[in-house]
Design a protein around this ligand. Structure first.
Ligand code: FAD
Length: 390
């Protein structure tokens, strides 16, 4: 008999959520491994944005269900908090994207989401600091906003540990052990072998190395950086979290007088392995954010830079995650390649993964996220083209 019923590799948002759901569903003996501290990968670097504005039903449903769990955290997890704050979410678009945005909003409404398309002159009611120059309209979600990935990982783990989860940090998996096409466990970097009936790969941007020789994971690593600016005393901070599809700047308020700013860049240096991605901001990033920030938020454009960090999106060809069985294998599952959408979707994704691992029907149909879809010639369409907005 296998020593563990399930071994999960990686304790970020995906691994912690999956471990929690497995313990709650009575999966038996479950071991969660991480080569570092729990939640110390890209889940420690997130911008914290909650939105449901996606093109396809599967991601809309996943992020809607995830946000409901964030909102009802006390009842859903029972330990800690998700730090969820519904500031509202705004997506201003230029004329060329207006029809695509309207169709997205209608699709989301048909799935039950409270969202609407604002005319430019309605935007000031939601975000008075926003310049409407070049803006043809904006998708708005009143319950979009912010949450805190560290609080989420901690509370999932505390709850799961109380239900018998075994967690080993600083335990690097060197390889997944296979008997033909069947996963039989893992071997740690110190040579220790651990048997398992099922193995779940939740190693985010590190997944290609781990699955080397088993399956070529279809994603690229795309650098993403967050700049921290400090507003002078008396300066009004943004109310809503805004992702501007005109200038490609993304802005939120943070603790104190800080704002966090991301500029989506087309020409970031290529990263080939996740370990190559340095965490400090790259030189030149401040220059990249100043123009777009001043364009969309003129009153914030000159606030001084006081810090920031970088991470990597594990971006698949269609910017949708890989959720399901690793192709051509048995007993081996993957939930990775979240392409920048993991934060608010992982509360639901963990439950989906637990069902898949336990051979049950998941509460959201994730067939369109099948890891084998690219080999079959299927890609999920993206209303704004392949990219972080998906
Ligand atoms: C800068 C930035 C901002 C973001 N902002 C947002 C946002 O606003 N909204 C949103 O929805 N999403 C956002 N994301 C995306 C989101 O953070 C990710 O989708 C999510 O954190 C992925 O979680 P994960 O568990 O898959 O990966 P990770 O958190 O990276 O976890 C993987 C874990 O695997 C472990 N590991 C790796 N290799 C091994 C091994 N061999 N053995 C054992 N353990 C191993 C690592 O130590 C790590 O802890 C952002 C991402 C970044 C980088």
């Amino acid at each position: 008999m296998a020593a563990y019923d399930v071994v999960i590799i990686g304790s970020g948002l995906v691994g912690a959520s999956t471990a929690n759901a497995l313990m709650r569903q009575g999966a038996g003996r479950v071991l969660l491994l991480d080569r570092g501290n729990a939640g110390g990968g890209d889940s420690a670097l997130t911008f914290g944005m909650v939105r449901r504005h996606y093109t396809n039903p599967v991601l809309i449903r996943m992020s809607m269900a995830g946000t409901e769990i964030l909102r009802d955290w006390d009842r859903e997890v029972g330990v800690g908090t998700s730090g969820y704050v519904p500031t509202g979410y705004l997506l201003p678009v230029p004329e060329r994207l207006l029809d695509a945005c309207r169709a997205n909003v209608q699709r989301q409404q048909s799935l039950g989401l409270d969202t609407r398309l604002l005319e430019p002159d309605e935007i000031a009611e939601v975000e008075p600091l926003l310049s409407i120059e070049g803006v043809a309209g904006a998708a708005y979600e009143p319950a979009g906003g912010l949450c805190d990935s560290r609080l989420m990982v901690d509370s999932w783990l505390l709850d799961a540990l109380g239900r018998g989860l075994e967690l080993r940090q600083h335990a690097e998996v060197a390889q997944i052990d296979m008997d033909g096409s069947r996963a039989t466990g893992v071997t740690l970097a110190n040579g220790e072998r651990i048997e398992a009936g099922r193995v779940v790969v939740a190693t985010g941007g590190w997944s290609p190395e781990l699955l080397n020789g088993i399956w070529a994971v279809p994603f690229n690593l795309v650098r993403i950086q967050v700049a921290v600016l400090r507003l002078p005393p008396g300066q009004v901070a943004p109310a809503a979290v805004t992702s501007d599809a005109v200038s490609n700047v993304v802005v939120r308020s943070a603790a104190g007088r800080d704002i966090w700013v991301v500029a989506y860049q087309a020409d970031t240096p290529v990263i080939t392995t996740r370990d190559e991605c340095q965490l400090p901001l790259l030189a030149g990033y401040e220059a990249a954010i100043r123009g777009p920030l001043a364009e969309r938020f003129p009153s914030l454009g000159t606030a001084p830079l006081v810090g920031g960090w970088g991470g990597a999106y594990d971006a698949t060809p269609d910017w949708h995650p890989l959720v399901g069985r690793v192709p051509e294998t048995e007993g081996l599952f993957i939930c990775a390649g979240w392409s920048g959408h993991g934060l608010k979707s992982t509360p639901a994704a963990g439950r989906v993964m637990a069902s898949l691992v336990l051979d049950e029907t998941p509460f959201i149909d994730v067939a369109d996220l099948d890891p084998a879809r690219f080999a079959r010639g299927f890609e999920n369409p993206c209303a704004y083209g392949p990219g972080a907005r998906a």
